[in-house]
Design a protein around this ligand. Structure first.
Ligand code: GDP
Ligand code: MN
Length: 404
């Protein structure tokens, strides 16, 4: 689960990780009021930041006003202008895609002077089965670019499972940032506190980009991205409440309401399968056959007419889908029942209309597979049956690029 920057910073504060003061709001007037209060407390610089579940806001642009998603302001009037330009507009960043994301809330923060910008990230390194802490002197930059072009500028420490982050590891990381004296000590403290926060909240990612050193020698998180392990949310009802469904992919949300595990991807072949392992194999075979998976849809253990119908409806909401591959293994659920489910679903008027020019390839294996194939073959619908996965793949490439 993702949360917003302002929510992440509230959590960081609870774990004694230093962040600038800030107020989140949906109203221009409240943004102005917050800045006025900061000014009364001595602030001379303010930052207005769009709160959307996507990064790259600073380099992003709003569709109507053409403003950035992170605006530095010297005066209260500039804060008002910035708030007006963002609220209600749609922000497009490298991470939102062309359609962008509507800005419903902004965060007004105390502007911090920057001496140096760094990157700090904590996540699970699945290859090593250990949490990894990464730092880089290339703060504020896209870390994927740094990893690709200058990987030597990323320094990592892995934490042994069951052990705490060791003080000397935090020191090694702070040293790698080139810090000395008081700033070094503050960075060590920052890293220890941040790791503790990551562990205790069952986060699976904490990214501080940039982490900054101020001219006054303070070490602070200017940006904060946190995501959490969904399977651990039951232990953190306070964090679960931070979920902002309006930021999530509406189709993925709809699927989760039907108990379907759906992930939207960029390709043109819709997949409907039962079991995550089979989903992976199916996606591989689609790629090998020259297609690109449009989604990952796992209908789970109960592949009946109802789930198949909901699966179709969800897959067909994606306009890029040019073909659908159904790959279901009939164990407890018999293949003939699934075949009948597919046919019933395809006859449903709402679906029938949409699948007219979207060929469906069905591969059913397992209990009663032969009966299932017969049912499909005798159905005079736009449904092609296949027995082997490689046949199914050949059918997919055939319908994507018909042999001339
Ligand atoms: P992102 O673009 O979505 O990653 O948003 P960030 O919160 O990282 O802000 C983008 C950039 O704006 C940062 O890399 C900083 O360079 C700058 N920025 C953000 N907050 C402040 C601030 O308080 N003071 C100054 N001087 N720059 C800031
Ligand atoms: Mn950032």
């Amino acid at each position: 689960m993702k949360i917003h920057e302002y929510q992440a910073k509230e959590i960081l504060k609870d774990y004694n990780v230093p962040v600038p003061a800030g107020v989140a709001t949906t109203e221009v007037d409240e943004a102005v009021k917050a800045a006025e209060e900061m000014k009364a407390n001595g602030a001379t610089l303010f930052v207005v930041k769009a709160q959307i579940h996507a990064g790259g806001r600073g380099k992003g642009e709003t569709k109507n006003s053409g403003a950035s998603g992170v605006i530095l302001c010297d005066t209260i009037d500039e804060v008002r202008d910035a708030a007006e330009s963002m609220l209600g507009d749609v922000l497009v960043t490298k991470q939102t895609g062309e359609e962008g994301q509507k800005v419903k809330r902004i965060y007004v923060t105390d502007g911090v002077e920057i001496e140096q910008e760094f990157y700090l990230g904590i996540l699970l390194d699945r290859a090593k089965s250990k949490n990894v802490i990464m730092v880089s002197t290339e703060g504020g930059m896209d870390i994927e670019t740094v990893a690709e072009e200058t990987p030597e500028k990323i320094v990592k420490e892995w934490v042994e499972p069951g052990m705490d982050l060791q003080h000397n590891q935090a020191r090694h990381l702070a040293f790698a940032l080139g810090l000395e004296g008081d700033a070094f000590k503050k960075a060590v403290k920052f890293i220890m506190a941040l790791y503790n926060c990551y562990l205790e909240t069952d986060a699976n990612l904490v990214e501080i980009n940039p982490l900054v050193l101020t001219p006054g020698g303070d070490v602070m998180a200017l940006d904060a991205k946190m995501t959490f392990d969904d399977n651990a949310l039951y232990r953190h009802s306070d964090i679960e409440k931070l979920r902002d469904k309006s930021e999530e992919n509406p189709v993925e949300l709809e699927a989760s309401e039907f108990g379907l595990n759906y992930v939207n991807l960029d390709g043109n072949v819709g997949c409907m399968v039962n079991g995550a392992g089979l989903a992976m194999a199916t996606m591989d075979i689609i790629k090998l056959s020259g297609g690109e998976p449009a989604n990952f849809l796992d209908v789970g253990g109960s592949a009946n007419a109802e789930t198949v119908k909901n699966g179709f409806r969800i897959i067909l909401e994606d306009e890029n889908v040019q073909a659908i591959l159904i790959n279901i293994f009939g164990g407890i659920v018999r293949c003939d029942r699934v075949a009948n489910g597919v046919i019933e679903a395809v006859k449903d008027p709402e679906i029938a209309q949409k699948v007219d020019d979207v060929p469906i390839i069905v591969r059913l294996q397992g209990t009663n597979a032969e009966e299932a194939k017969e049912i499909i073959d005798n159905s005079d619908l736009n449904v092609i049956s296949a027995v082997l996965l490689k046949d199914a793949a050949a059918e997919v490439s055939n319908v994507l690029a018909p042999a001339s």
